[in-house]
Design a protein around this ligand. Structure first.
Ligand code: SF4
Ligand code: SF4
Length: 142
């Protein structure tokens, strides 16, 4: 490239719109089918474990607090999740969903990437008693 061509290109590019987007200052709406953070609805869960069995990344675990009263806590390891949607497809009770809006999930620490889903009292109970996933925890006497 001659120096004349170089300066010609330089001047032209000064008046062109940038090809890149100004993220994070400009944010476009995300596509409806984008697969972001997994959400879990404990109220609909039967504890069947199909989602756990079918997850290829071992990214989810289910702790049964009280099966009879359908009290479960799902532990979601977001750093292992490949957002493949398999768990969502496997759940017959529509408990799971990948958010199309929550997709900025990077973190330098591991802690925010482990999420406990369930009723507040069940998550609290699990954290206090640290029952092993896949086992049945024994709920506190009310
Ligand atoms: S989206 Fe895929 S990798 Fe992530 S928890 Fe569900 S099955 Fe596992
Ligand atoms: S497949 Fe659905 S109902 Fe079964 S344990 Fe997973 S979330 Fe619960």
């Amino acid at each position: 490239m001659t120096i004349g061509t170089f300066f010609g290109e330089l001047v032209k590019s000064l008046f062109k719109r940038p090809a890149t987007e100004r993220y994070p200052y400009d944010r476009k709406p995300t596509p409806e089918r984008l697969r972001g953070k997994l959400h879990y609805d404990p109220e609909k869960c039967s504890g069947c474990q199909m989602c756990i069995r079918d997850c290829p990344s071992q990214a989810i675990e289910l702790v049964t607090i009280d099966k009879e009263n359908k009290r479960f806590v799902m532990i979601y390891h977001m750093n292992r999740c490949t957002f493949c949607d398999q768990c969502v497809q496997s759940c017959r009770f529509n408990c799971l969903d990948l958010s199309s809006e929550e997709w900025e999930l990077a973190s330098l620490q591991e802690e925010p990437l482990t999420i406990y889903y369930g009723r507040d009292e069940d998550v609290q109970f699990l954290l206090e008693n640290q029952a092993e996933p896949g086992t049945e925890a024994h709920p506190c006497e009310e």
